[in-house]
Design a protein around this ligand. Structure first.
Ligand SMILES: C[S@@+](CC[C@H](N)C(=O)[O-])C[C@H]1O[C@@H](n2cnc3c(N)ncnc32)[C@H](O)[C@@H]1O
Length: 209
């Protein structure tokens, strides 16, 4: 049976396991954001908030959105332990990205990593792209269809496995695609750790002024 990546699935996902002890930002975020000046960021499908916290610690003002209340609580706790400078820069928002409309044309960075939802990644990209400010950056990362780590779903589930080209198809006119490809990473530990090598689809695009 295909897996439905709905609220029930993600609530169960977080209830079923303890919080991640090691909280590292995703490698693609660290790589792609290094050359950007801090501004306003949306972390869409933030999970336990490792990326949101990392951005806030570097001066970004972050809106961190997720469906799962447990994940958001863990993120808030994590940020709180790092002190008010970090905690005060993050707004934690419980919302469904398939229906919630972020403020349009607002964020200097919209980042979304490994979000499996009930809509296709192409649709998700289209929704997220609308929130990016002129000159802003959209960074979306998904599991490539050849990746061994699939949350148990059947092969080629459009909501969970994707190529960068499929994601880029969700962009309208007015974008420069800076990165669209497949990257491998070691998945030894942290939130995405399953001990092997992962293959990710990475899309980075800049909205034209
Ligand atoms: C695999 S986790 C990735 C979390 C985080 N981005 C990371 O890289 O560690 C996917 C996250 O997407 C969230 N998610 C899935 N569908 C969503 C939706 N429709 N709206 C908001 N969040 C959603 C889940 O609750 C979960 O926290």
């Amino acid at each position: 049976m295909p897996v439905e990546f709905d609220g029930e699935y993600w609530a169960e996902h977080y209830h079923g396991r303890a919080a991640h002890g090691v909280r590292q930002p995703t490698v693609h975020l660290v790589t792609e954001v290094a050359d950007l000046a801090p501004g306003r960021a949306l972390d869409a499908g933030c999970g336990e908030g490792a990326d949101a916290v990392w951005l806030a610690a570097r001066g970004w003002r972050v809106t961190a959105v997720d469906l799962a209340a447990t994940a958001l609580e863990r993120g808030r706790d994590h940020a709180g332990r790092l002190g008010v400078d970090v905690a005060d820069r993050i707004d934690w928002v419980r919302a469904d990205l398939t229906t919630w409309t972020p403020p349009g044309d607002t964020f200097d960075l919209v980042a979304s990593h490994y979000v499996h939802s009930t809509v296709s990644m192409r649709t998700l990209v289209r929704r997220l792209a609308a929130a990016v400010a002129p000159n802003g950056t959209l960074l979306v990362v998904g599991h490539h269809p050849s990746d061994p780590h699939h949350h148990g779903q059947p092969p080629r589930a459009a909501e969970a496995q994707v190529t960068a080209e499929e994601m880029a198809a969700g962009l309208g006119p007015g974008w420069d695609v800076l990165v669209a490809g497949t990257r491998t990473r070691s998945a030894g530990g942290g939130p995405h750790g399953h001990g092997g090598t992962s293959r990710d689809a990475v899309l980075r695009a800049r909205r034209r002024p």
